[in-house]
Design a protein around this ligand. Structure first.
Ligand SMILES: [Zn+2]
Length: 262
């Protein structure tokens, strides 16, 4: 049984349960990401719509450039984004170390604008910047990894993962705490605004999510991202502060994002 440890997060300043260090969570996430995506890739389920993959890459590359300004050491992360062709799944994630994916169902069902898509990816990147994956891996390991693993991976028997990389794969399926959600909302809208995406889209995105999920469908996004109290109201209050970042002129930097998940 590992020794319980807490660490203060460099971005949020909040003390977190950290049995798994961020460094460990990054290498475990990297392994999990490759193993999770490889069988999907073999079945032609990764970036199968080139235009969509290009759109997601273009938006995400601008957000990553801002993320690196937030936390300069993340420049050494091997940032990646993939579109997973699962039209029924409305979800997205960013693992420790900047390994991201978005499911095609989120695009098909929400029909997000570029500004709204930037809010989704900005929110996910914010989770990684705030070491929420390491925190959730710590929770997975501290509770009972075997039990959690059974509960979470029974849908995906083909994925053979063990130890820390299993915890990393589980971490993206465990719900974030409402505290973590609120942190990701605040950081995400700012990353997007600084990258040149309209902060008002944070409000319209969550409104769309709420409205569309009411029509039925499998919204995994809500199981991993429980709504903090008054999420939409809180985001709306942030808009005036974000507008100057959005409206500032000049060219927005772009991170040289490589395609592929290897
Ligand atoms: Zn979230």
């Amino acid at each position: 049984m590992p020794i319980v440890a807490c660490a203060t997060n460099p971005v949020t300043g909040r003390s977190q349960l950290m049995i798994v260090s961020e460094k460990e969570s990054i290498s475990a996430s990297s392994e999990a990401y490759v193993k999770m995506l490889a069988p999907l890739d073999e079945n032609g389920k990764i970036d199968s719509d080139p235009a969509l993959a290009k759109r997601v890459n273009r938006i995400t590359a601008r957000l990553i450039a801002q993320a690196i300004m937030f936390r300069p050491e993340t420049k050494s992360w091997e940032w990646r984004v993939s579109v997973i062709d699962e039209p029924e799944t409305v979800n997205a994630f960013c693992m420790a170390g900047g390994k991201m994916a978005i499911y095609s169902g989120l695009i098909l069902k929400l029909q997000p604008t570029d500004d709204e898509l930037a809010q989704v990816m900005g929110h996910e990147i914010a989770h990684a910047l705030s070491a929420h994956t390491a925190e959730k891996m710590s929770v997975a390991l501290a509770t009972d990894l075997a039990v959690t693993a059974f509960a979470v991976t029974r849908d995906e028997p083909g994925v053979a993962l063990a130890g820390a990389s299993l915890a990393a794969a589980l971490a993206i399926k465990l719900p974030n705490s409402r505290t973590a959600e609120a942190e990701a909302d605040v950081i995400g809208i700012e990353l997007a605004a600084r990258a040149g995406y309209d902060p008002q889209a944070a409000v319209s995105l969550w409104q769309k999510m709420a409205k569309t999920s009411g029509d039925g469908g499998r919204f995994d996004f809500f199981s991993t991202h429980p709504a903090p109290d008054k999420r939409i109201e809180n985001l709306r209050k942030l808009i005036p502060k974000m507008m100057p970042y959005y409206q500032q002129g000049g060219v927005r930097p772009v991170y040289p994002l490589k395609s592929g998940h290897g």
